[in-house]
Design a protein around this ligand. Structure first.
Ligand SMILES: [Zn+2]
Length: 254
């Protein structure tokens, strides 16, 4: 079956397909920026087992950069130091200087304070939120390329879901700090209009929360090389589809 026939069949069935790499994708002329969320000085959430979000972001971001490079993409990895708004501005400035065709910002998720429960691990009192699990994707309608941002997020979601992962809907909960609009309830894609790295980057941009590191079991999975590899491969496949120029060809309702 040709790819077009497969896509037509899929659209007729309202299914999601893994579209094979496009012959028209010249990865070497399609640079991609991998943004490592947070900094060593301001490392984000503390996981259920006491590690920092930044450690997780760095490990996954480096694996993703390697996966993209092996697919032929030039990759710019954005690692910023410092704290506060200054590091956010540096991050966006770096992304815009790199001038990639796509930007993916790598994060790991937490939960609102009210949901955290104390537990003891290796003599430390830590906190967990085992009731939440799964990935989340964020895009901004204020981004310069909102449609391609959303398309990239949909392609990533389809790869992650087809790989057996699931998304979290906790960012849509009606509690302070959440209340995000779930743009695509079948794919875990949220609108986050004013998120700086999405709003001010001049290329299609997606932020991935790879999973919830406050969930004790999910954290252990996220710490494994296998999970990092699976997520990296999913994003790389989505990037190849974007690079092929008709990434939405296989997209339909899930
Ligand atoms: Zn984060």
């Amino acid at each position: 079956m040709t790819r077009n026939a497969a896509t037509a069949l899929c659209l007729a069935l309202f299914c999601a397909v893994s579209v094979p790499a496009q012959a028209s994708c010249d990865a070497s002329s399609f640079p991609i920026a991998v943004d490592i969320g947070h900094t060593a000085e301001s490392p984000g959430a503390i996981s259920a087992h006491g590690r920092t979000e930044f450690e997780y972001n760095l490990a996954l971001g480096q694996q993703l950069a390697a996966s993209l490079k092996s697919a032929g993409f030039p990759v710019g990895t954005i690692i910023i130091s410092g704290e506060g708004k200054a590091q956010l501005k540096q991050r966006v400035d770096k992304a815009n200087r790199l001038d990639p065709r796509l930007l993916i910002s790598i994060h790991h998720d937490s939960a609102q304070e009210r949901f955290l429960k104390a537990w003891e691990f290796q003599g430390r009192i830590l906190r967990h939120a085992d009731q939440f699990s799964g990935f989340s994707l964020f895009v901004s309608r204020a981004n310069a390329e909102p449609e391609d941002s959303k398309k990239f997020a949909m392609l990533i979601a389809d790869q992650l879901l087809d790989g057996g992962l699931s998304f979290s809907s906790h960012h849509a909960m009606n509690v302070v700090g959440e209340r995000k609009q779930l743009l695509d309830p079948a794919r875990g894609i949220y609108e986050y209009t004013n998120l700086r790295v999405l709003k001010d980057s001049r290329m299609p941009a997606v932020l991935l929360e790879a999973g919830v590191i406050l969930n004790r079991d999910e954290e252990l999975a996220l710490a494994s090389p296998q999970r990092r590899m699976a997520i990296s491969d999913a994003i790389t496949t989505a990037a190849i589809q974007m690079c092929g120029g008709n990434g939405a060809g296989g997209l339909a309702l899930r």
